[in-house]
Design a protein around this ligand. Structure first.
Ligand SMILES: Nc1nc2c(ncn2[C@@H]2O[C@H](COP(=O)(O)OP(=O)(O)OP(=O)(O)O)[C@@H](O)[C@H]2O)c(=O)[nH]1
Ligand SMILES: [Mg+2]
Length: 471
């Protein structure tokens, strides 16, 4: 348990219905007693017994009253106050939440009073960190809290809620239990060497390792590969020469007039990023400056930014004007992106009937393509389906039915797999059990890094630094 009592505004800044100040720690109640006056009590009399009797408040009940500055008896706000006594609170400590009117000035004034009476300002994620340190949640659940806050689509929220329910923790604990059993058997075999044959059945152990542990870990890693896009989303970039309709397409996809569209080539000079949701998948999309040879220093900067953006994108939408013939610039762009995950978007399909449709070389046909008219919003559903199909592959699944590890978990699971394969190999080759135990202990330690049982403080600090203040 931490000695200090922490406090922070737990609701986002800005005007809203209510704003909440959260206080957690052993002095949460005494601090609130100093500044809370229950309705029906005498605000002007600080000695009024009823005013400061928060210790008698029932846990998980709301009390109506006022925040009063005891120094000048000024009423700061009318509030509702909730007391949640340890261990039945978010942090497992005594928690008081003051529900005030929202507004940065009033919330700041109340927080100042709370800090003046002994609380320390909470750091990012410190309430959740206390929930973890006090054993209410494991590290995977703490990480799910941040995922829930950051969830941009229903699917990413579903993934986070699976983790917050503790499903990952349960799965890891089941694997660890299996490994602990094996280590106990090895210890027994070392203590009773004459009975080693009876205690250690190599075939059975290899079978358990392979079927119960290695396969489960492989499945989890596979689920990361399939599912992380639903959580983390994809980065899309629209590229093409000037005037082909990049900005028009961007605006159609995000359904707002974000990029300027004109008939003048070279309208977009900077990188413009937006996010939107596609079949539950978070997408970050970038509109870029038209790629072509130019000496204009502003355009050169924009084109370089576009090239950097191509390098770090997951999928490229290569757009050409389907109503015109291909130019040297189109061929150059194709060469640049051809080995990357790309879709050929043939725009201005509304003009094909008027003019000849563009004739693309055979070598371009390997790239999945779609015809659209960004001007008339035609072919967009086909394009969206193609983006989803290429991003998620054929594997569409219910994110609530499977556990999808995050990248940190996945990298640890990769290391577990290496040590487990080495253990199985050792068993098959008849290596001494002590050597196999080294690999198994390594895996147990790694699994502890996922749930937080054996993780170092730097990792914990890094995880909680991603949180906002007040959570
Ligand atoms: N007929 C027709 N015109 C289109 C279509 N899409 C875009 N345009 C027009 O093409 C011109 C250029 O469109 P933009 O979206 O600004 O093209 P861009 O690729 O972003 O151009 P830069 O930013 O200059 O590189 C505008 O006049 C658009 O109205 C389309 O599908 N059909
Ligand atoms: Mg543009």
């Amino acid at each position: 348990m931490n000695d200090s009592t922490i406090a922070a505004v737990a609701t986002p800044t800005g005007a809203g219905g209510i704003g909440i100040i959260r206080i957690s720690g052993q002095n949460a109640l005494p601090i609130a007693s100093h500044i809370f006056r229950r309705s029906h009590s005498s605000i002007s009399n600080p000695e009024d017994k009823d005013s400061a009797d928060i210790a008698s408040f029932k846990s998980h009940h709301l009390y109506h009253g006022y925040i009063v500055d005891p120094e000048n008896r000024r009423v700061v706000d009318e509030v509702l106050l909730a007391v949640m006594l340890a261990p039945h609170s978010y942090t497992r400590e005594d928690v008081v939440e003051i529900q005030a009117h929202s507004g940065s000035v009033v919330l700041r004034s109340i927080l100042d009073l709370v800090l003046k009476h002994g609380a320390a300002i909470a750091g990012p994620g410190e309430f959740t960190k206390r929930a973890y340190i006090n054993g209410r949640i494991d590290l995977t659940q703490a990480e799910a809290v941040i995922d829930i806050i950051n969830a941009r689509t229903n699917k990413s929220l579903e993934i986070a809620t699976t983790l917050i329910k503790g499903e990952m923790q349960l799965c890891i604990e089941r694997i660890s239990d299996c490994l602990f059993n094996f280590l106990a058997e090895i210890n027994a075999a070392i203590d009773f060497p004459e009975e080693v044959e009876e205690i250690i059945n190599v075939d059975r152990i290899t079978d358990v390792f392979q079927n119960n542990i290695i396969n489960t870990i492989k499945e989890l890693i596979g689920q990361y590969d399939n599912g992380h896009i639903l959580r983390d989303g994809i980065k899309l970039v629209i590229v093409g020469k000037p005037n082909v309709g990049k900005s028009s397409l961007m605006n159609c996809l995000i359904k707002k007039e974000r990029s300027i569209v004109t008939a003048v080539p070279g309208t977009t000079r900077d990188l413009i990023e937006e996010s939107f949701s596609l079949s539950g998948m978070p997408v970050i999309i970038a509109d870029t400056a038209g790629l072509h040879d130019t000496d204009d220093p502003v355009e050169v900067i924009g084109i370089n930014k576009a090239k950097d953006c191509i390098d770090c994108s997951d999928l490229i939408l290569f757009i050409i004007d389907g109503g015109s013939v291909l130019t040297h610039e189109d061929h150059e762009i194709f060469k640049m992106i051809n080995t990357r995950n790309s879709i050929l978007v043939i725009n201005k399909s509304d003009l094909f009937s008027d003019r000849h449709k563009v004739n693309t070389p055979d070598s371009w046909r390997k790239m999945p393509g779609v015809e659209i008219s960004a001007l008339y919003s035609r072919g967009l559903d086909e394009l969206k389906d193609l983006i989803v199909k290429i991003s998620l592959g054929e594997n569409s699944f219910d994110p609530q039915a499977v556990i999808i590890p995050n990248l940190r978990h996945k990298l640890i699971l990769d290391r577990c797999l290496v040590s487990l394969c080495s253990a199985v190999d050792g068993l098959n080759r008849g290596l001494p059990l002590e050597l196999i135990a080294i690999d198994v202990k390594e895996v147990v330690g790694l699994l502890g890094e996922i749930t937080g049982g054996s993780v170092n403080n730097d990792v914990i600090d890094q995880i909680f630094s991603r949180f906002c203040i007040g959570k």
